[in-house]
Design a protein around this ligand. Sequence first.
Ligand code: FMN
Length: 417
Amino acid sequence: MKRVDDFRLRFGKRELVPIMIGGMGVDISTAELALEAARLGGIGHISDAMLPTVTDRLYDTDFVKTKLQQYKYNIENADKAAVKFDLGHIAESTRLHVSKTMEAKRGEGMVFINCMEKLTMNAPRETLTVRLRSALDAGIDGITLAAGLHLGSFAMIEDHPRFRDAKLGIIVSSLRALQLFLRKNARTNRLPDYVVVEGPLAGGHLGFGLDDWMKYDLRTITQEVLDFLKAEQLDIPVIPAGGIFTGTDATNFLEMGAAAVQVATRFTVADECGLPKDVQQEYFKASESDIEVNGVSPTGYPMRMLKNSPAIGSGIRPGCEAYGYILDANGRCAYVDSYNREVAAHPDEKKIQVFDKTCLCTHMRNFKLWTCGHYTYKLKDTTNKLADGSYQVLSAEHIFRDYQFSTDNKIALPEKA
Ligand SMILES: Cc1cc2nc3c(=O)[nH]c(=O)nc-3n(C[C@H](O)[C@H](O)[C@H](O)COP(=O)(O)O)c2cc1C
């Protein structure tokens, strides 16, 4: 019987264990987690989401404080168009996080950065260009372009000296999105080095509609992509993601022709994951009915999360002066609009509630929005329940090796803590 370790992901002459840990913002997929994947011969991701606040926390910079001081005057203002990012600060924080991570890298694997186009930051082109270029400057092994179509992203880094040496991949949820990307990018004469095909059971934002995500399945989309690439004689590794929970699930995809798998949910309960320990227990405890796909993300994409996430219904004042990552090219965010509507409707109330949208930046930054994959309710079966009723957190190495070596849909439990 085959297992994941019988396969290898090939990038030119390089061979990797075909397990990639997906990017999870904001700093849920930490450097420590990504570095473990690389040490074990696979691929790990750090995330580029909200890096100025991440580096403030990790490396004692003060980007958020500086931005807040500059725009403090605007806090009561419903219009956030004036709140701009300092491009120099974005570059500095990206370089800092990437270079510190890459300096610590050991082993044969690779570390990539997940870069979401939907973080439009009140100047989509300028901020994304700086993020991509700074990550390359700082020596990242590869960039995974996520959450958005990224039709212009390759062109933003076309003249960068590392454009052809760094691995560049995209995440798509349909064959159509891939075809569109390939068409738009033909001019750069550079194919993506890999394509992550993300199905409807993934965590984070979904590339499907709120009402029809359940009609799609990862196997079918992956097969369509594999067939298309074969017909076009394009040799691009295909990496399915979303709901791949056991080594056997992964092996099944590798046997159908996938080059690797991207996984995340199992690692949300790893010691090296950025989620606070009490939040990890919420993930363990969740049952299937505690998980929903809803429309509260102001990005406009459906998002999967635990229903008891404190972010849902929270009516905090928008944090754009400190953060502002979702502000579009015109300085708008759907949460700001919802918040202002509720304030106008309840002029005498001190504490309002907003249910249709959430302040994604502040809540993701504070780990109050518990986004998760569909199979989060199975996490409790991957570990031991301890005497105090809590669940034992796992090491990333244990989870990685379980994917790599397990057969028969089995999941190895960790040694009792
Ligand atoms: C907590 C969490 C946060 C995530 N955040 C991001 C993100 O910031 N960007 C992204 O492209 N994908 C994100 N994802 C999706 C994963 O990278 C991955 O593709 C997917 O979850 C894999 O499916 P699985 O979780 O069922 O293994 C996230 C997933 C989880 C569970």
